[in-house]
Design a protein around this ligand. Structure first.
Ligand code: NOJ
Length: 750
């Protein structure tokens, strides 16, 4: 039996999460200025600061009454003002004509690029590369700031374990550790070291919290989570973003255990402010304050405003519960003026940090260098490194640049679609599609779409596609999903290739020509039905502006596919939610005793037949595991050693392993380290990612890779809401994905 060691004895190893009282330490240099300003503000102006007024992302005209509100000091921030004259005019009104001249912040969803679009965030996660993520957000900030935007509603740090959920496209994937690394990188990229740099923008870690745990992957849906699960899986990426200085946090649409996140005092005050020491401001999601009425949590708009205010929500996006009712609520003593002052303080602190008081206006000389050569270069690099090679029979890839290629499929030349979800500002005229890349490369190809779009069910285009396929050496089928099929409110119950894509692939297979399936999609697409008809499968996500060139170079071996799956890839949507770091159950799935459906004897006696935690028809493994991705070479892992068999709470464990490139091409391997805590005061996952490292190896080369972990990495929050590492035995694997690797074990001891 393990023991838990108490704080006094082992101060580093055990922290009671609940005992952390709010004690905001960070604040910084502006507190006196903020207090002086607040003392001059009227009640109406204070309420004004909490208002984030929005217009639709497509709006072209600015309503007159909004200008009036700004003059009166009734608006704190705007979203989606994309007409530069309006940005300038509104800011002028705020600075020159509003009572205290408090600047506005202009915000927008700049999620994976502004004009130059990078792969969707799930694709960026597939790079497992913090530098790429940081660079992509730095460029996004640089371009967006030229449009006066100083605040983005990104990064989304929701752990996503269900590929049906449309917003998995925006997520960092299913793993908490990977998300914490990428979360920090996003914040650094958007904000830099100094938020007052006019080319940087404030980030918003969203959606706080557990939005990705919606039942059945249905967007906005109910979330039921134990507190340990919340703290062990969903909270760490937010902690990492806040530690990196995230200026704002967005509360999520969902309820958690019956209380909507936007009105959740425990989550917003105790955890976010108290434990995580967040000193920026919290903004609601779009209308999420008044949606508490539909949730059945608030009686009406006024009550919704009261609940949000009591929970500690600083700024309300688009709905107007604060604007319409805070004054009255304060008069009735339901919300105190001190509470309102605190919201204003949090908001002004970020306005000061953004340098908006000294420098409120858009710099008209800053053009943003939209689509600059170096931006495109980074976008292409990110797209290359995000591609995940799932199958490569007989090393059909890379294809010779001389091969006669049949380019087929609805995504081969779909500039709007390859930009992916939340790509409001990227223009399709600037998008490099695969077809364009082949044209530019003067390649030997023929093109026939076959299907006009991903959902097309007409077979009209099949004939021409089959004709060109027959005359080719290899078929490149660019399939997947249009951008609109993932993202907010776009969950799918069936995640196969939509439309008649499978039928077309089946027809093309009859030509006997090899088929390379390139998938562009916002989520893993189940390909169980057709994978046998293909020779290679390359996952490209929605790769963004430079997707075409990136794919051309990967397919022809000018570059290698370097991505690894940030999510488990299911065989069928019926397996979802699916994640590698699940618990074991009392009857863990076991391949030796598993009897699949087709092998069950007719009229079998009613018994478990040796089956455990499986699906009779889909087994218990994913199609491709978390962390998986092939390369154009092969790697061998050997000679794993650990520095000690037993470590103490203040000691590091060093893990070494030799990796050899056993193939004929140079290549990059992603070496992953996983740990399993065998016995815990609450049960522990079968595996958890704790470290990863990229290593580049020339053909034939061997390198020794080493990792260090300590008891800090073994901590978890238990049922008593105590965070601690516990004594006992741990399994440890180093390998190329969550399902493979060399295994050893060690002991953690007092
Ligand atoms: C709703 C989305 O959930 C959120 O992510 C986004 O930032 C806002 N709308 C603003 O567009």
């Amino acid at each position: 039996m393990k023991k838990i060691f108490f704080l006094l004895l082992f101060s580093l190893t055990l922290v009671s999460c609940k005992e952390n009282k709010p004690k905001l330490l960070k604040y910084g240099a502006y507190e006196n200025k903020i207090d002086a300003l607040i003392s001059k503000m009227t009640l109406e102006e204070k309420i004004g600061q909490t208002n984030l007024r929005g217009v639709s992302s497509r709006a072209k005209i600015l309503p007159e009454d909004l200008k009036e509100s700004v003059k009166n000091g009734n608006v704190g921030a705007f979203l989606n003002i994309m007409n530069l004259d309006y940005v300038d005019e509104l800011q002028r009104l705020a600075i020159e004509e509003s009572p205290n001249g408090i600047p506005l912040i202009f915000g927008r969803d700049v999620i994976h690029g502004f004009k130059t679009l990078f792969p969707i965030p799930l694709g960026l996660a597939a790079t497992w590369d913090a530098q790429i993520v940081e660079k992509s957000s730095e460029i996004a900030a640089f371009e967006a700031s030229a449009a006066g935007i100083r605040w983005t509603f990104a990064p989304m740090l929701d752990i996503a374990r269900d590929s049906r959920w449309g917003r998995i496209a925006e997520s960092p994937g299913e793993d908490t550790y990977l998300a914490t690394i990428l979360g920090e990188a996003y914040i650094k990229g958007f904000q830099g070291d100094d938020l007052s740099n006019p080319h940087r923008i404030a980030a918003s870690a969203k959606h706080y919290i557990a939005y990705g745990a919606a039942i059945g992957g249905r967007d906005y849906n109910t979330v039921n989570l134990s507190e340990p699960l919340l703290r062990n899986v969903y909270l760490p990426p937010f902690k990492s973003a806040i530690d990196a200085g995230a200026a704002t946090v967005m509360s999520s649409f969902n309820e958690i255990n019956g209380i909507p996140a936007t009105g959740n005092e425990f989550l917003l005050k105790d955890v976010l402010r108290g434990e995580l020491q967040f000193d920026g401001f919290v903004v609601s999601d779009w209308d999420s304050v008044i949606e508490m009425i539909e949730h059945g949590f608030a009686r009406d708009e006024k009550h919704a405003g009261e609940l949000a205010a009591k929970a500690g929500l600083d700024m309300e996006m688009t709905s107007e519960a604060y604007e319409n009712h805070l004054k009255e609520l304060i008069k009735e003593n339901k919300v105190t003026i001190e509470e309102l002052n605190e919201f204003v303080r949090n908001i002004l602190r970020i306005k000061f940090r953004l340098g908006l008081f000294e420098n409120p206006y858009r710099n008209k000389k800053h053009t943003g260098n939209f689509y600059a050569e170096k931006h495109l270069k980074e976008a292409k690099k990110a797209a290359i490194e995000s591609t995940v090679l799932l199958k490569n029979k007989n090393s059909i890839l890379p294809i010779s640049t001389k091969a006669k290629v049949a380019i087929i499929g609805p995504l081969a030349n779909a500039p709007h679609e390859q930009l992916g979800t939340w790509a409001f500002d990227g223009e399709k005229e600037h998008t490099n599609t695969p077809l364009l890349a082949y044209k530019n490369a003067n390649a030997n190809f023929k093109f026939a779409k076959g299907l006009t779009h991903s959902r097309d069910i007409s077979k009209k285009g099949f004939k021409k596609a089959i004709e060109i396929a027959k005359k080719s050496d290899v078929i490149l089928f660019f399939g997947g999903e249009e951008a609109i099929l993932s993202g907010e409110a776009h969950s799918r119950a069936n995640i196969d290739l939509p439309g008649a894509q499978e039928e077309l692939i089946n027809e093309l297979a009859k030509t006997g020509k090899p088929i390379v399936l390139v998938i562009m999609a916002g989520r893993p697409i189940t390909i169980t039905n057709i994978i046998e008809k293909t020779d290679a499968v390359l996952m490209a996500w929605h790769p963004g502006t430079m997707g075409g060139e990136a794919l051309y170079e990967v397919l022809h071996g000018i570059k290698s596919p370097e991505g690894r799956l940030p999510v488990s890839w299911p065989k069928t949507a019926g397996q979802l939610p699916f994640f590698y770091n699940h618990k074991n159950t009392g009857r863990p799935a076991d391949s030796t005793s598993f009897i699949p459906m087709e092998k069950i004897p007719i009229a079998a006696w009613q018994s478990s037949l040796g089956n455990d935690s499986h699906y009779l028809d889909a087994g218990f493994t994913p199609h491709f595991p978390f962390g998986f991705g092939l390369t154009y070479t092969s790697f061998n892992y050997s000679d794993m050693s650990i520095s000690k068999n037993t470590i103490h709470f203040n000691e590091d464990l060093e893990v070494k392993v030799s990796i050899k490139n056993t193939g004929e091409k140079d290549g990059k391997e992603l070496v992953q380290l996983y740990v399993q805590d065998l016995v815990g005061s609450i049960t522990r996952p079968v595996k958890e990612l704790k470290r990863f490292k990229h290593v580049f190896l020339k053909s034939g080369e061997t390198k020794e890779i080493s990792f260090k972990i300590s008891s800090k990495d073994l901590e978890f929050v238990n049922h008593k809401i105590i965070k601690a590492a516990e004594e006992g035995t741990f399994n440890l694997w180093v390998g190329p994905n969550a399902a493979q690797g060399l295994k050893t074990s060690f002991i953690l001891q007092k």
